[in-house]
Structure formats: structure tokens, C-alpha cells
Write a protein that binds this ligand. Sequence first.
Ligand code: BG6
Length: 487
Amino acid sequence: MGKIPPGVGPKDPQVVVLVGATGDLSRRKLLPGLFHLSSTGFIPGCRIIGVSLDEINADAFREIAQGALGQFSTRKVKEADWAAFAETLDYVPITAGAEALQAAVHHAERKLGGNSRRVHYLSVPPNAALPAVRMLAEADLVERSRIILEKPFGTDLRSAVSLNAKLHEVFAEDQIFRIDHFLGKEAAQNILAFRFANGLFEPIWNRNFIDHVQIDVPETLGLGKRAAFYEATGAYRDMVVTHLFQILAFMAMEPPTALEPAPISEEKNKVFRSMLPLDPRDVVRGQYTGYRSEEGVDPESDTETFVALKCSIDNWRWAGVPFFLRTGKRLAEGQRIISIAFREPPKSMFPAGSGVGAQGPDHLTFDLADAAKMSLSFYGKRPGPGMRLDKLSLQFAMHETGMIGDVLEAYERLILDAMRGDHTLFTTAEGIERLWEVSIPLLEAPPPVRLYPPGAWGPKSIHQLVAPHAWRLPFERAWRDPNATGA
Ligand code: BG6
């Protein structure tokens, strides 16, 4: 990591109240992320108070944090850095109540001195968000604070509207940060750079040149220890109404007037307003075989562990262009791609058998992995006599810039932005409510779940959904290895 540029971190020290501190997300991402941000100096002083239902003390919480760093930190954890970080951790069980939490925060503030600010991070399921907000209010911790709320934000339109209203009784809108970590991914922000910092692609970024779009996020992961959360949530609420639609907005929105929160949100919300309500006939829900016998899962569960759907954005730019979205657990591969298929040429002068069009349309592909990649595929001539065409590609791998070490993990980036009060990469109440609104037909009449074997790409009916097109994954041609020298 090079020198930290000025302005990327907050000016003031921060007290973080981490609610859900012993949960899966906290251990995988939040504790390792806060450790990295603190130990590299992004935050000028930080103390963390873990809060959860677990009846443990601060030492036990430190042990959990140490275990989490050992298991999930992607960077080397130096002994001295860990010791310094451990000293900043404290813990309050929920049962100890608001007064104990207040005392812990005041203690942390005294330790930090000066004008510290508070960040409340609610890493809890939707039904636990309001009780946590009430506890913060009772503990009088709203002043000088910001609150980060994990998705999904509500479970349908009614609950999201009510959550927003109740939240506003305690926090002002500019204190609220609704997080969607896909927007913090370096590669997601690169969609904005790619589209709006270049003159090359924007003129063809519309229905006249683009045939269809796929946003495909298959995961090999299963439930882990999240059965209770997942049973009540399912793949649609966990991934689509959140991450996949947010990425779709970056891909589909009009150029914002400035790279600032209000103009960006406005353009994203226009995309959501133009989305047609989902037609349940355009949705495939799946469940992997064996899910129902997992611990914590109802033996008759109807929760989907997979969802694929077609949606439409009915505006001048996108009318008639289908957007296909797919995600699920225990699938064949873990990938996060956006694939844009261009229209084929209106006439072909190439003789039959030349191979033109034989390998599908030209594609622009974004891989949203931390080590992001992009590829533009096109037909070119195979060297030698005659005119045989092959699918070739221009590829870019972030890896090649030599700056991959500077990439902040999505949560790190967003926590830092929230600490600075920057809403640019956060979602808005209006956008979220509209997404629940387009979801109504699906939530009211969900198609039955179809079984798929673990390690597959979903139930068989996914092919009908996308026909006459085909799913881009699994890739026919693998990404080129940027380190390969070529023979
Ligand atoms: C989370 C979902 O928000 O995103 C998980 O709750 C999912 O179910 C995860 O596995 C995927 O995120 P990433 O960054 O690993 O692609």
C-alpha cells in the first residue's frame, strides 16, 4: 500500500458501534476491514464496540476478532498491529441494555479524545434493525453519528416504507447510509469510469447496438452458518433486489451531471422508475437438492437458493433490450460478470462455413472480481489462406496495472466513505422502495421452486428463459492468463 492520499479517510477519530459483531458478515468482512483501515492509518483513531445477542465479554470478543482475521483477512496480520487493534475492541451484550452501551461509547470517546464521531453499523437481519435503532436512541447515541444499515432493507415495499419512516424518527436522512457492498467493488466503479470517461462506447450504449445484457453472479458457496437469515430471505431478496439491480443501474443509467450523490442517485432512480414490474412468468426460482435437510432449514422450505429472471427497462435507451439476471448458491462456479451482447451485422458478405457469427455475438464483459477484468470479443481473420473467422478478444486485467495492492475491499471503501459522510456509493430510500414496488407481482405470486443438483447452473428451465439467446456462463473460451507468455 502506497502513501494514503489526503481526503480519503475521515478527519476525526471514530467510535464504531458494531451491532451483529459476532455474525458471519462481521467476521468475514467488517472486522478484517476495520483492522486494515485502522492499522494502515486510513482512520485517525478508531475504537470498536461489538454488540450482539451473545453473552460474552470483551476478551471473548477479541478472541473472535482474532480468529476472524486469521481466517478471513486477505492481507498478512502483523503481531504488533493486532495487539494495537485488540486494545481498541470492547463488547456489550444486547441484554446489558442501552445504559451499558452508552457507558462503553463514552469510555471509548474519552480514550480517543478530541472531536470523535460515531458510526453505528447494523449488521443484522431486517427484523432486528429497528430494535437496534431504538437501543441507540435510548442510549442517546444519535448526535454526531452516522448509521450504516445492511441490506436487505426491509423485506417488501410495506416493510421498507415503514422502516424508513421509523428510522427518520431517530436519524436524519444525511446520517443514514444504506450499504450495498457491490457498489463498493472497484470493478463496479470502473463501470462508471469506462462509460463516462471515454467517448468510444457511450454512442453505442443503447437499444440500437445492444441486443441483450446478462448480469450473472453464480456462487459455489452454500449457507455456511446463515441458515436462519437465508431461510427468511432467499436468493431474490439477498442478491437481486439489492446487488444485481444496483449493478444494473450503473450499467443502464444516463450520464449524471456530476459524480456526486444527488445526481448519481437521480439517474439510478430514473432507471428503477423505468423498470417494468417483474412478471413471475419471466422468473425461475430454484433450490438445490439437500437444502431442506440442512441444519436450521424447514424440511418443507420453499425458499429459493437460486433465481434467474428477465427484466426490462422501458425507456428510450433500453426499450426492447432484455436484461437477464441470475444468481444462486451451490452452483458450478463462482463468478460475477456483466456481459453485454452487441447486435450482429445486418448483412454478411462472408461465405457459408467462414465461421462468422458461429461463436455468438460480440461481447463486452466486465468481471467484477476484486482483481477485475474486462474483455471485448469480436470476429477476426484466422491467419493463413482463405477467409476463416475466429472469435478473438481484447482483454484488460487490473492485475496488469501493478496496483492491485491498492484496491480497497468493497466494505473498506464504503465504511471509509460513510465515515467521511459521502453518500455517492450508497443506495437511497426512494430507489429501494421502487425496487420493492417492481417486485410486487413476483413476491405475491412466486413461481414454484425447481430443484437443481449442487454443482449445476440452476434448474433446467433457465435455458427457456434466455432463449433464443444463451447464457454466457460457463464461458466457452476462458479468460487469458495475463501472466502467460504465449508460445
Ligand atoms: C452478500 C450476500 O450480500 O453478498 C451473500 O448476503 C453473498 O449471500 C455475498 O454470498 C456475495 O458477495 P461477494 O462480494 O462475495 O460477491
